[in-house]
Design a protein around this ligand. Structure first.
Ligand SMILES: [Fe+2]
Ligand SMILES: [Fe+2]
Length: 288
């Protein structure tokens, strides 16, 4: 039976209200979750298609970086991404760690100045091969904020945004626990660390989410009848396997990074790449 004009108006009005509700709901959520949309909120859905590389947890310190990061640097030189996302803990900030500040033997010889020089050298390298670097703050970079909370007189003297020329290298800084939206995917450093962290991220955030932080790759997907399919993907890390705090005990960190394509309409493909024995394969080539 054909819908009468009167009924059609009702249906149409209902749809309008429904769309309005969704828009309001998203706005409320974005406010609550501290969401950062690339290109501004008005640009959501109009993002130019990009190819990018996601670099998790390099933990550069005053000694430099772990060897496992080397093949990823070579890949970046070949791949020439539009953007590079530093997924957090790019800098280790070990000389200002709140865990060890009172432990003088552990802190002996560590120098923030050396770490900053090493980090800048690597930023300079990355900036040669991409148009923009998006640096998501990790909990390690946040150690600097925690240090400043106790030592406010040092404000302006230890932060990466003050010590490295972000404008020169076209770096965008994304504060800790912000959800950075790239097309239909959100990026963040990582919020939960239990055994089933991917499931937890998906259940708590309810969106396509890519993170690192745990240093243990994991994926969890949900395909609910009334929703789009969503996935949470945790990348590995690009640092050495054993954390000093494990004191020789076995850890289960795994090395990896990811390539991300985001189309103009927001659709995306995320390709996590395992780095095994400090090497990986991409497009018929071995990187080591
Ligand atoms: Fe980390
Ligand atoms: Fe972390």
């Amino acid at each position: 039976m054909a819908t009468s004009l009167k009924n059609w108006k009702t249906v149409n009005m209902g749809f309008g209200i429904c769309v309005y509700c969704v828009v309001v709901r998203i706005d409320v959520l974005e406010e609550r979750l501290n969401v950062n949309v690339e290109g501004g909120k008005k640009m959501a859905g109009l993002i130019k298609g990009i190819k990018s590389v996601l670099i998790p947890d390099v933990h550069i310190n005053d000694k430099g970086y772990a060897k496992v990061y080397e093949p990823v640097k070579k890949f970046i030189a070949d791949f020439k991404p539009d953007k590079i996302y530093l997924m957090g803990d790019f800098a280790d900030c070990c000389s200002l760690s709140h865990w060890n500040l009172q432990k003088r033997r552990k802190m002996e010889g560590l120098r923030h100045k050396k770490e900053v020089a090493n980090v800048e050298k690597e930023i300079k390298y990355l900036a040669k091969y991409c148009d923009e670097i998006v640096w998501l703050e990790g909990n390690h970079e946040d150690w600097l904020n925690q240090y400043l909370d106790k030592n406010p007189e040092m404000e302006g003297l230890i932060e990466y945004s003050e010590l490295i020329d972000f404008e020169k290298y076209n770096i965008k800084w994304v504060p800790l626990n912000t959800l950075h939206k790239v097309g239909h995917l959100f990026l963040t450093h990582g919020m939960y660390i239990n055994d089933h962290h991917a499931k937890k991220h998906l259940q708590k955030l309810g969106c396509n989410i890519c993170y690192c932080h745990t240093h243990i790759p994991q994926t969890y997907g949900m395909n609910m009848k009334m929703q789009e399919p969503f996935k949470a993907t945790c990348l590995g890390c690009l640092c050495d396997f054993k954390a000093p705090y494990l004191k020789g005990k076995e850890g289960n960190w795994i090395n990896g990074f990811a390539v991300l394509y985001v189309a103009k309409n927001g659709e995306f493909n995320l390709y996590p790449v395992d780095v095994i024995n400090k090497r990986f394969y991409w497009n018929d080539k071995r990187y080591d």
